[in-house]
Design a protein around this ligand. Structure first.
Ligand code: GLN
Length: 483
């Protein structure tokens, strides 16, 4: 039962082959048995899950239908869940029970999903390895000595290990696409403003975007359908109709113009990944796509710009965690300043503290123009590169990551080495564009992803290309041994 995709589960429930309650029990037992190896969950919500499953079964018995009605999922532990711990992977929020549901959580619950639990993540979503969590590192089910990617590593490891069919995640600089690539999943970062950020604990507000992690493009379409839409509670949410994503899957790729940026194939890319990217291009050519070389000349400046902008916004967003209003408070503070200092010093981990310091420095008087303002100008150049490229092509294709998943601990002593791994994903966040990663082969037994980028609000086009690719390849069906 645990091998089923969301689409298969929806058919099985509609055909009364099993109930949501039965499926939920199977998956909860599987999590209890296998998750100790992976550490992909921070909290399990068994009681809530069984209540939601029974309610979904009752709704079906009353004649209701819907692709998500009775579908088991989990939420990355930065989506607020009412009355349930929402930790953001941090000691700072270890004791925080959200007083309300995030819009994404509420929308999916209304669609009938069953929440199995809250998934592990890098602390405050900062990281590319899921090693900065207060709750310990997550392991990659393809090789337990390797990282699953971050920051949505818990969602990715759980779905890859068939503990559940799909999960929510967020992507500020690659945290949906990169763990998808490292664990052989399909992950979609929507256009900025497509999915509400209300109740999604902020890392870098102008970059953060929620989206689906699943095994297939078809399932990403189903989950995105339940997440997307205008939300008056989020001032950056965009009031644009939500198309039927599942209906977009079957379009023909005949004549589709795919741009492959020449800058993607620089010295930093593992040549074995380059070869798999070329293979995916050939596959799409067989389906009728036309390939064109393009250029994104400002790509080289994206990492430094991102690692100024994201920490700058984080330093501002995380100032609310002061030991007074939310979360952790130090013991016996001597005075107010001591309370602030020790609550933050003890509540935040090393990577979060590093980002707050970098961000506060970049925003400070005298340095603002040299760092923050400069980074914002680069951000515009990166966006302009994409706008020019999309005048010539419909989709941009390349690797999701320069290397496959590295060994746990391999980059712990060198944060910049980890930042460099985000080179292919962060540009989409800087520009606000939608991006998808899909399975495209293996290197040394570890999965490799190919990334597709599209113009604003063309999530359907990304899902269409990925689905057609998946109808003609079987990478996405491979299962890690032992799971
Ligand atoms: N690795 C990037 C960072 O640490 C992106 C993380 C994310 O997308 N949340 O900022």
């Amino acid at each position: 039962m645990h091998h089923m995709t969301l689409a298969e589960i929806a058919r099985g429930l509609a055909d009364k082959k099993f109930s949501s309650e039965e499926l939920t029990k199977v998956l909860l037992a599987r999590i209890a048995q296998l998750d100790p190896q992976l550490n992909s969950f921070i909290s399990l919500t068994e009681e809530l899950a069984l209540d939601q499953a029974k309610a979904a079964d009752a709704r079906r018995a009353n004649g209701e239908s819907g692709a998500l009605l009775g579908a088991p999922i989990a939420h990355k532990d930065l989506f607020c869940t009412q009355g349930i711990r929402t930790s953001c992977g941090s000691k700072m929020l270890d004791n925080f029970k959200a007083p309300y549901d995030a819009t994404v959580v509420a929308k999916l619950a209304a669609a009938g999903t069953v929440t199995l639990g809250k998934t592990n993540m890098d602390e405050f979503a900062m990281g590319s390895a899921n090693e900065s969590s207060y709750y310990g590192a997550v392991k990659n089910p393809w090789n337990l000595e390797h990282v699953p990617g971050g920051s949505s590593g818990g969602s990715a490891a759980a779905v890859a290990a068939r503990l559940l069919p799909a999960a929510t995640a967020t992507d500020t600089g690659g945290s949906i696409r990169q763990p998808a690539a490292f664990t052989n999943l399909t992950g979609l970062k929507p256009t900025y403003g497509r999915v509400s950020r209300w109740g999604m604990i902020a890392y870098a507000s102008s970059l953060d975007q929620g989206g689906p992690l699943a095994r297939t493009a078809e399932d990403c379409a189903i989950l995105l359908q339940g997440m997307a839409g205008f939300d008056p509670n989020d001032s950056t949410s965009i009031d644009e109709p939500v198309p039927d994503y599942s209906a977009s899957l079957n379009g023909s790729l005949q004549g589709l113009r795919i741009g492959v940026p020449k800058e993607y194939f620089s010295a930093g890319l593992d040549p074995r990944i380059a070869e798999l990217v070329h293979n995916s291009v050939k596959e799409l050519e067989k389906l009728g796509a036309v390939i064109k070389e393009i250029s994104l000349p400002n790509m080289q400046h994206a990492i430094p710009a991102y690692y100024v902008i994201a920490p700058a916004e984080a330093s501002s967003n995380l100032s609310r965690f002061d030991g007074v209003r939310f979360g952790y408070r130090c013991e016996n503070p001597e005075n107010l300043m001591d309370l602030y200092k020790r609550s933050r010093g003890e509540g935040f981990g090393a990577e979060v503290q590093r980002r707050i310091m970098v961000g506060a420095y970049a925003l400070s008087a005298g340095y603002y123009d040299a760092y923050y303002l400069k980074a914002q100008k680069i951000r515009r150049l990166v966006k302009n590169d994409f706008m020019a490229a999309f005048n010539e092509v419909d989709i941009i294709l390349g690797p999701t990551t320069p290397n496959p998943a590295w060994k746990l601990g391999a980059k712990n002593s060198d944060p910049v080495a980890e930042y460099l791994e985000d080179v292919y994903t962060i540009t989409a966040n800087l520009a606000g564009l939608p991006g998808l990663s899909m399975p495209a082969g293996f290197v040394d037994g570890l999965p490799v992803g190919v990334q597709l980028l599209a113009p604003y609000f063309q999530e359907g086009r990304l899902l269409n290309v990925a689905h057609q690719y998946q109808l003609n390849t079987d990478w996405h069906t491979r299962t890690p041994t032992g799971f």
